[in-house]
Design a protein around this ligand. Structure first.
Ligand SMILES: *[C@@H]1O[C@H](CO)[C@@H](O)[C@H](O)[C@H]1NC(C)=O
Ligand SMILES: *[C@@H]1O[C@H](CO)[C@@H](O)[C@H](O)[C@H]1NC(C)=O
Length: 239
């Protein structure tokens, strides 16, 4: 009798314990799930602070590693493929100093480094030193005034280098590529200094000419008087 009672009690205890533990685990699970959701929702919406046109921009994958919360990166082409061409942006021309500042934007591809190609005239282009993958801006020095150039930016990774449209074209004169790709044609203006000299020269010539005209005019008047006025005076006397 006592034995069967204690057996019943034991059974009741275990079932209650089991049900309690089941409830607990269910609650734990639900809480955990809720936590996951609250953490996951904002991080899904946050994009990494990555601008593919920003100079000295570290790669988005590195931003993902160091950031406090996971952020989203733009999709990239495959690593075992050559990169897509970068997009050449603004070319700021400093005519007086004979240099240009070039900006570009990274392609949506893994890039290990960049370089620039510069055609001055028919023949092989000049190739810049390699620029690391964070670089988006470079200076071109020693550009000659009044000369046409074609400039291209090339991205490279372990699988190869990006295409350069019109690389087979002989020199800047024949180049007719699109202006939104990796290449751009630009013409260095003549030096402002020479323009100033030219303006001063033309101005001086004009001033000398008008002086000469004035001197000639007054000399004539002093020598022969003013024939038209005299003529008019004679005419009025005659009336
Ligand atoms: C990349 O090049 C830039 C400009 O030369 C330099 O400031 C930067 O430290 C370099 N970054 C790395 C990771 O080498
Ligand atoms: C374009 O290239 C051709 C040779 O491929 C050359 O004969 C021609 O003179 C070039 N045109 C200009 C404007 O330089």
């Amino acid at each position: 009798m006592l034995g069967s009672l204690s057996l019943l009690w034991l059974a009741a205890m275990t079932t209650s314990l089991v049900s309690q533990s089941q409830i607990l685990t269910l609650e734990d699970y639900q809480e955990g799930e809720e936590d996951d959701v609250t953490v996951a929702t904002p991080s899904l919406a946050v994009r990494c602070d990555y601008d593919r046109c920003r100079h000295l921009q570290v790669s988005c994958q590195e931003l993902q590693k160091v950031g406090p919360v996971a952020c989203l990166c733009p999709g990239l082409s495959r690593e075992d493929q050559q990169p897509e061409p970068p997009r050449l942006g603004e070319v700021q021309i400093m005519a007086e100093e004979g240099y240009a500042v070039v900006h570009w934007c990274a392609p949506f591809s893994p890039v290990s480094h960049y370089w620039l190609l510069l055609w001055e005239s028919n023949g092989a282009p000049q190739k810049s030193t390699p620029l690391n993958a964070t670089v988006r801006r470079a200076e071109l020095k020693g550009l000659k005034p009044g000369v046409a150039y074609v400039l291209c930016v090339v991205a490279a990774n372990d699988a190869g280098e990006s295409n350069v449209p019109g690389a087979e074209v002989e020199g800047p004169e024949n180049w007719t590529g699109p202006s939104f790709g990796p290449c751009r044609k630009f013409i260095m203006p003549p030096k402002p200094v020479t323009l100033v000299y030219a303006a001063v020269g033309v101005g001086t010539a004009l001033a000398l000419l008008s002086c000469a005209a004035l001197v000639w005019h007054f000399c004539l008047r002093e020598r022969w008087g003013c024939p038209r006025r005299q003529g008019m005076a004679q005419a009025s006397e005659a009336l």
